[in-house]
Design a protein around this ligand. Sequence first.
Ligand SMILES: O=C(O)c1ccccc1NCC(=O)[C@H](O)[C@H](O)COP(=O)(O)O
Length: 211
Amino acid sequence: MSTRVKICGVTRVEDARRAWAEGADALGLNFYPRSPRYVTAEVAAELARTRPALGSVVGVFVNESPDVIRARVRECGLTAVQLHGDEPPEACAGYGVPVIKAMRVRGPEDVEKARTYVGAGDVAALLLDGAAPGYGGGGVGFDWSLVARLADAGVPVLVAGGLNPDNVREAVRATRPYGVDVASGVEVSPGIKDADAVRAFVRAAKTALWE
Ligand SMILES: O=C(O)c1ccccc1NCC(=O)[C@H](O)[C@H](O)COP(=O)(O)O
């Protein structure tokens, strides 16, 4: 099975269509109002309608109220939610779709904190991100050797943070993750994806373990 690829922070229909065509498995739509990749519910619903039969559309939220998250899931047709905030494990349930819990990793203690979400609520995967200022999308990586600490946790792990077409192959080989996630590393400017970079990223991620 090749590594799954999630292209995060898509804001334009043409970028969404392009990402699917290049082989992305999932798109992330950002509902954090302070993100330069923020999309309204209306735009998100339009983006979600580009979803192919086997694709996933993930809503990204930071400390959003559960009622708003549930409303976005319903009205935008989200197939999963990615929680990037300070929510405790017990808040990772009740949205009607699988939860990806994101954790910013500064060191081993953050990976151990991520482990406390395993088995909680509807957590179906963990996303390990770099610890840039803010809550995500900062283009900063982390020590990939820390991913091995979750090898026995029995949960799919997505690796994110500072990935781009030039380093994703190495990241996949080093961590052998369930999937990889990228926002800034395939952009010409925040929220505007670079089609060539998306193509190169998907290709590098998916062929990294071939030889
Ligand atoms: O992208 C954002 O602006 C963002 C803001 C707040 C929370 C999460 C955000 N992005 C979520 C993602 O999954 C990003 O892809 C991930 O943080 C990696 O970003 P990058 O290092 O830019 O590839």
